[in-house]
Every structure is written in structure tokens, then in C-alpha cells.
Design a protein around this ligand. Structure first.
Ligand code: BG6
Length: 461
């Protein structure tokens, strides 16, 4: 069977500034929370590799864009580093950063590759964090100034903007589960940070609309369909709660312009609602997007709690549900995440049926592999598992499109193996293998496969 995708489908991959750029000396960019955390606690990072050890895109941008071209990308997403552009978050603009991002954008366009630009991919300028990070309304203001500056500088050429990448991840990591700075565990503070992130997003959308820049603006959300263990009402309710907290807390504001009433009621019942100000509802309503990026890696399996919660302990999401290890589920043996290809179709169907079928694309999907070097044959990584992973997801994506979903493209995570936060280089995801020591790049089998698929706009099976 031929899986043919719509004309002008976006084929490409995604990456981010801090994970690839390098050049993190003080005169090149301001410190981020990651630099500081790494200095303080290097052992929290896999093999103690920190954010300075990258594929050095800051130097190798021309060579890497040539590789993107070789892999027949027609689009590519990366982020601008706030701390490179405005080292202290609010003050002077760094002219070297402007020149660098101009070079990247111009070269992408010269090679026929559409630049998709994210404004915030986890890399909070340290100064902004010291002023409260997303818990602070002042930082919300500062973000919208930064966003406006990006639109002014690059908006004549960048036609696809994304305010945030996976905004829930810094909230979960930084305020609930201790895998991002500032390593707090406090639900109310998490809810406040999440709420302010939505406000920051909406202010940036307002600025974009007010400036009448060409192109469109969206956000990238990691959506994890929540499947209940059974149809027992208690399991179904648990899955609904997980969905409200981890998907709809961002999805509803950006697509419907408001929070789900049952999420608000739920948080209110546990006294966990963040403080609002007059005008917030109107601002959130103005934050509706033109284009949704969907990151999909794995679903969430949920069951009701088997034991009562300790009401003396601080409130946590796990009061409302338990994660469920479904027997027989298919696992990625090299990363420990479930592989469930129909999840991508379920996301598209949910969006089509319940959210008025928004314009969207798959902005990340990918397979992380530990010790991937073991699959090296004659100097090349033979990652047949990754080709199977991608084709499996593309088939379900194709079905979603054939049923009417407005899914406009598919981007893989990621282009070149990159530094991945606390996991550093533990799990490799790239189409291109990176030798960190020599900086040598070698296209994997999956990269060659992707190049053919992109040029054929589909594949046969
Ligand atoms: C994605 C993030 O969710 O997961 C990336 O957008 C990250 O920034 C990727 O690198 C892979 O994560 P990990 O933990 O498997 O290395």
C-alpha cells in the first residue's frame, strides 16, 4: 500500500538552542538556569555532561543546514535563546546573537527550508529565574518584550512562530518532580507557574497580532492521551483528571481561549487555584493560536488510586490518579517508554471532534536509544528500529489525515544527537550520529530513509 501525504506536507525535524548551539561563554550569552544548576550539581547530569557540550551549531550552522538539505527537509524547527539575544532578559540586545540568528534563518531560506522558530524551549535566563521565573508576572512582561523583539527582528522571514515548547515540562520538572531548576516540589507554585506561562503565551500572541506580522503563531504541546485501565467509572475519572492536568491545562486555553470549567473546579476544591487579576480572562481569550505543534512520544495509562491519600501530606497530582503499567504494552527496549502508534491518531481525532479541527502538525516524535553505538555496522548506525518507529506512527497519522484531520506535517525529534537536559547524551534520537569528541557527523540509516520518504512525500508498504 502507498502511504501518500498531502501536497506541500512539512517534512523535517526539530531541535533547540541550548541543546545544540554551544558557545555558552559569558560574552556569547547570558547564563541560563541550566548553566547554574550544572555548576552547582554536575552529578545530576548523565555522565556529568553539561550544556556546554553540544554539537556546536553556533559554529557549524552552515554545515548542519547543508545536512538538513541533504536529508530533504523542507522545514526545520529550532529555538531562539532568550539569554543569547538579551543576556540579562530585559536589557541590551546582543548584536552577535542578531547576526547569528539572521545567518541561520537566511541560510535555511536559501536552501528552501522553512524556519519554524520557538521562543522558549526550557532555557530560562538565570536573571529572570532569580526574579521569580514563571511564578512572577514581571517575567511574563519581560517575555512578551522578548517575543516582540524577535518578531521585529526576524518576522519578515519567519512565518511559523511558536511561543513555547512543551510548557508543562518546566512546570512539572521545576515545581513537582525535581528534574528542572529550581527543583521545588509544591503544587500551588506549579499551578502559578503554569498559569503565568499561559499568560506569557497570550501576551506574545497579542503582540504578534498587534504588529500584523506576516505568517502565523502557535505553540508546541506534548500531548499524552490518557487511557484508563478499564471502563470502571473510577478508572475513567482518574484518566479524565490526568487529562485535565497534563493536557487540557494548556490545550484548552490555546485552542478555546479558556480553561476547562471542571479543571478550575477541581483545583478550587483542593485550594490550589493560582491568583488571577482583572483582565486575565480577556488576555487568555486573545491567546488563541493559528497552528498547534503536537509532540507525541508515549501515552499515559491511568488507574484509580488503590489506597487512600494521606490528607496531611501536600497535594500532588497523584492524589487523583495512579499510573498504570498495562501488561503486554509494547516498550521501546532502549529507552523504557511505551510505544503506542495509534496514540497519534487518537490525538488527531480528539482535536478534530472536540476542538473544531485545528491546523496542526506533528512537531516532535522520536525514539531515544541508549548506547546506540552498539548498532554501528561498518561505520554507520543501522537504526532499523527507528525506521519502524517512524513508519508505524506515520501510518496512523495518514489514517487521521484521510479522515479529515488538518495535520500539515511531520517533524522528527531530532536532527543530530543532542544534549538533552539531565539525560545529556544518554538517549540518542538523531537522524545523524554525533561524535562529541571529534564533532564528526554521520548520517544514520534512518536519515537516508527519511530523505527518500520526504522526497517521495510518502512510502510504500
Ligand atoms: C522532548 C523535548 O520532549 O524530549 C526535548 O522537547 C528532549 O527537548 C526530548 O531532548 C528527549 O528527552 P530524553 O529525556 O529522552 O533525552
Amino acid at each position: 500500500m502507498k502511504y501518500q501525504f498531502p501536497e506541500a506536507f512539512w517534512w523535517g525535524s526539530a531541535s533547540s538552542a541550548l541543546q545544540t548551539e554551544g558557545e555558552s561563554q559569558p560574552d556569547a550569552r547570558g547564563e541560563t538556569t541550566w548553566d547554574r544548576w550544572y555548576q552547582q550539581q554536575p552529578t545530576r547530569f548523565h555522565q556529568q555532561v553539561g550544556p556546554q557540550d553540544t554539537s556546536t551549531f553556533y559554529q557549524h550552522w552552515r554545515e548542519d543546514i547543508a545536512l538538513l538539505k541533504q536529508l530533504n527537509h523542507n522545514s526545520f524547527r529550532t529555538s531562539i535563546s532568550w539569554s543569547r539575544l538579551i543576556p540579562d532578559g530585559t536589557g541590551e540586545v546582543n548584536p552577535q546573537a542578531v547576526a547569528f540568528y539572521n545567518n541561520v534563518i537566511d541560510e535555511l531560506l536559501a536552501q528552501g527550508i522553512k524556519p519554524f522558530i520557538t521562543l522558549f524551549h526550557f532555557d530560562m535566563p538565570l536573571v529572570m529565574q532569580q526574579q521569580g521565573g514563571w511564578e512572577s508576572r514581571a517575567v511574563v512582561e519581560a517575555f512578551s518584550r522578548y517575543a516582540r523583539l524577535c518578531f521585529e527582528l526576524f518576522g519578515d522571514r519567519v512565518l511559523h512562530w511558536f511561543t513555547f515548547n512543551e510548557p508543562i515540562v518546566p512546570v512539572e520538572g521545576g515545581y513537582l518532580y525535581d528534574f528542572h531548576y529550581p527543583n521545588v516540589v509544591d503544587f500551588k507554585r506549579a499551578a502559578t507557574a503554569a498559569y503565568h506561562t499561559v499568560l506569557a503565551h497570550a501576551q506574545a500572541v497579542r503582540a504578534f497580532r498587534a504588529g500584523q506580522y506576516p505568517g502565523e503563531i502557535g505553540i508546541v504541546l506534548n500531548l499524552t492521551p490518557s487511557y484508563p485501565r478499564s471502563q470502571h467509572p473510577a478508572d475513567v475519572k482518574a484518566a479524565h483528571h490526568a487529562d485535565l492536568l497534563f493536557n487540557r491545562s494548556f490545550l484548552d486555553p490555546v485552542l478555546r481561549g479558556e480553561y476547562p470549567a471542571d479543571l478550575v473546579a477541581l483545583l478550587q476544591s483542593y485550594d490550589q487555584l493560582p491568583a488571577c487579576q482583572p483582565g486575565d480572562a480577556e488576555l487568555i481569550a486573545d491567546g488563541k493560536i493559528d497552528l498547534l505543534g503536537i509532540n507525541y512520544y508515549q501515552p499515559r495509562r491511568v488507574k484509580c488510586r488503590d489506597s487512600a491519600v494521606n490528607l496531611q501530606s501536600p497535594f500532588m497530582p497523584e492524589w487523583l490518579f495512579d499510573n498504570y503499567e498495562m501488561p503486554g504494552r509494547k516498550m521501546n527496549p532502549y529507552r523504557g517508554w511505551e510505544i503506542y502508534e495509534p496514540g497519534i491518531y487518537d490525538i488527531l481525532t480528539n482535536l478534530r471532534v472536540n476542538y473544531d479541527n485545528p491546523r496542526c502538525f506533528i512537531s516532535e516524535n522520536g525514539m531515544g536509544v541508549e548506547n546506540e553505538q552498539r548498532f554501528n555496522q561498518n561505520g554507520q548506525i543501522n537504526d532499523q528500529y527507528r525506521i519502524e518507529f517512524v513508519t508505524g506512527h506515520l501510518k496512523w497519522l495518514h489514517k487521521g489525515i484521510s479522515e479529515g484531520s488538518q495535520c500539515l506535517g511531520y517533524h522528527m525529534w531530532t536532527f543530530i544527537d543532542n544534549w538533552s537536559w539531565c539525560n545529556a547524551y544518554k538517549n540518542r534520537y538523531g537522524f545523524v550520529q554525533l561524535d562529541l569528541a571529534t564533532q564528526q557527523r554521520t548520517v544514520k540509516k534512518s536519515g537516508e530513509w527519511f530523505a527518500r520518504t520526504a522526497v517521495d512525500n510518502g512510502f510504500n508498504e
